[in-house]
Design a protein around this ligand. Sequence first.
Ligand SMILES: C[S@@+](CC[C@H](N)C(=O)[O-])C[C@H]1O[C@@H](n2cnc3c(N)ncnc32)[C@H](O)[C@@H]1O
Length: 257
Amino acid sequence: MTDTDTANGHPPRLTRLAFHGPLSETRANNLVQRLTRTNPTTVLDIGCGWGELMLRVLAEAPDATGVGIDVKAEDLARGRRNAEARGLAQRVEFIEESAIGTARGPADLVLCVGASQALSTARTPDHTTEALLELRRLVTDGGRVLLGEGFWQRTPTSAELSGMWPEAAVTDHYDLATLLDLVVAAGFRPEWTETANLDEWEEFESAYQADKETWLAQNPGHPLAAETREDLDRHRAQWMSYRGVLGLAYLTLVPAV
Ligand SMILES: C[S@@+](CC[C@H](N)C(=O)[O-])C[C@H]1O[C@@H](n2cnc3c(N)ncnc32)[C@H](O)[C@@H]1O
């Protein structure tokens, strides 16, 4: 879906989200403060989407330049527009390419939030380790990584798993303790460990659907209405299956040397 599609009467997409994940303004502000303590001059955002957190880091670190990579042109275009509007366009590039095996970096600060799938196509158990080793390769010694990664808050039941994403399996994620052990084994120490709370998840999931819900209410007879209602119902059922079970950890990582 592009801006042109929206102008042509398609439902809008993700305009109610500041970040493409469960992240409050308070947590984002704290992250930006923490991640700029080491005065990064280069920032690499893996699976950046529209790169909101990277733009906020660059605003706080005036000597830094940033590169965001993602495969979704529409989100990259939103990032470029936001950079332009905030006077950051000279210091940031939004590049359309896959991050698998990327030749970008190393950078002083590497962001990978909700996007470890951009670093490894393996399924667990190899996926997380492969992504962590890539992050270690991409960060400079003395730099920082922010990894936003899913984990199980408790073991999901079979009924919950069958309601989540297609082919969801208990092996798709680890618990937080195991995730942190893998982080350490891959050559990092955790400077800060925090997890999205239920308010952040509810804000994210509601904002994720709100555009389409309001569009549907206003366009019940539109040729795309039935398909849109089906998408919304499917996603809501998935969210009700992983609500309170799937967590998102924000791990500020120091590379061990
Ligand atoms: C949940 S979004 C997170 C976006 C952003 N990091 C944020 O927190 O707002 C995951 C992003 O990963 C991107 N992605 C998935 N596979 C990728 C790949 N192979 N290379 C680069 N980006 C990828 C998707 O297009 C999507 O924008």
